[in-house]
Design a protein around this ligand. Structure first.
Ligand SMILES: C[S@@+](CC[C@H](N)C(=O)[O-])C[C@H]1O[C@@H](n2cnc3c(N)ncnc32)[C@H](O)[C@@H]1O
Length: 309
């Protein structure tokens, strides 16, 4: 049995997210660590807790049972949140949390094939009950598409060469496990095996298999219509692509001209958009948390307040 997920930056998440009584959304419920902390510290909070992983929901259901009807759970990807929200009446959220990426339980479960450090089937799905495994999808993708995935979602150097070898291996039926993938990467990209390089490839494939980039776009564009004026969104991103998407989407349009360079009489064009950013400087874990929970290392927390409509 894998270890429970250690929630990241809990005090900092609560500092921004707690916004008085009302309905909150935890769109990435995982093991329910952040959700539990919120429900304990905000007595008027009710929660819609969603996750695409049925195993995470089972675990969180037990953990949050003591909060009774303050909690509603939904098996939903980000794209399915509008429907899940509508099903419980569509009350605007007082706050929402997106703690992106994987939980420790998913990383440590070798049957999911998420980690280059353990041997398992090359699956990579957060929800194994839907869609196809990475091993199956790799048999169908073209070299060009795969090179794009590796470059865009993993900054993988040598993406074209690697894509060519991966597609050939997959079509010959030789790319079935995490160990097959590691061996193929090391053959296709010579040089000293480097864990960072393996991590980049696994990350890129996982983002593609789970449609994570499209899901994130979808939830970020839905949130303005789902959050009450004065409501809060807190995001935790674990790689630069995610953090960039969040910044671009929630910060709104930056002025095309630096206002300080405009003549004093000109009206500066201010950023537009429905959010006011509460964290101009991104919040990251301190040394103590990094030592206690090394998986927190790459976390970047941002918080935004919904402007009045
Ligand atoms: C980092 S964990 C969250 C941990 C949680 N905050 C806790 O305290 O235990 C991320 C969770 O979000 C879920 N998830 C990631 N992307 C998702 C998406 N696009 N739609 C729904 N759930 C998603 C994963 O299945 C995983 O359980």
């Amino acid at each position: 049995m894998s270890a429970r997920h250690e929630p990241v930056l809990v005090a900092e998440v609560l500092q921004f997210l707690r916004n008085g009584p009302g309905l909150y959304l935890d769109a990435t419920l995982g093991d329910g660590g952040h959700a539990e902390a919120l429900l304990e510290s905000e007595s008027g909070a009710r929660l819609l807790g969603a996750d695409r992983d049925p195993a995470a929901l089972d675990f969180a259901r037990e953990r949050l049972a003591r909060f009774g009807d303050r909690v509603t759970l939904a098996h939903a990807t980000f794209r399915e949140l509008p429907a899940a929200h509508a099903r419980i009446g569509g009350e605007p959220f007082t706050g929402a949390l997106l703690d992106l990426g994987l939980s420790s339980r998913q990383i440590d479960d070798a049957r999911r094939g998420m980690s280059f450090m353990s041997e398992g089937p090359l699956d990579l799905r957060m929800d194994p009950s839907r869609g196809e495994s990475a091993a199956d999808r790799l048999r169908e993708i073209t070299e060009e598409q795969l090179a794009w995935v590796l470059e865009t979602h993993g900054d993988v150097r040598g993406a074209r060469r690697l894509a060519r070898v991966l597609v050939a291996e997959a079509r010959s039926g030789a790319l079935l496990t995490t160990r097959d993938l590691v061996a193929t990467i090391e053959r296709a990209l010579p040089g000293r095996p480097h864990p960072r390089r393996l991590a980049q490839v696994f990350q890129a494939l996982r983002i593609w298999i789970n449609g994570e980039a499209e899901d994130l776009e979808s939830v970020l564009s839905w949130l303005p219509s789902a959050i009450t004026a004065g409501g809060i969104v807190v995001t935790l991103a674990y790689h630069s692509g995610e953090d960039r998407r969040i910044k671009h989407s929630l910060r709104g349009r930056a002025p095309s001209v630096n206002p300080r360079r405009l003549p004093p009489t000109a009206e500066p064009r201010l950023p537009e958009g429905p959010w006011f950013e509460l964290t101009r400087k991104v919040v990251t874990p301190g040394h103590d948390e990094e030592v206690r929970n090394p998986r927190a290392r790459s976390a970047k927390l941002r918080a935004f307040r919904r402007k009045p409509a």
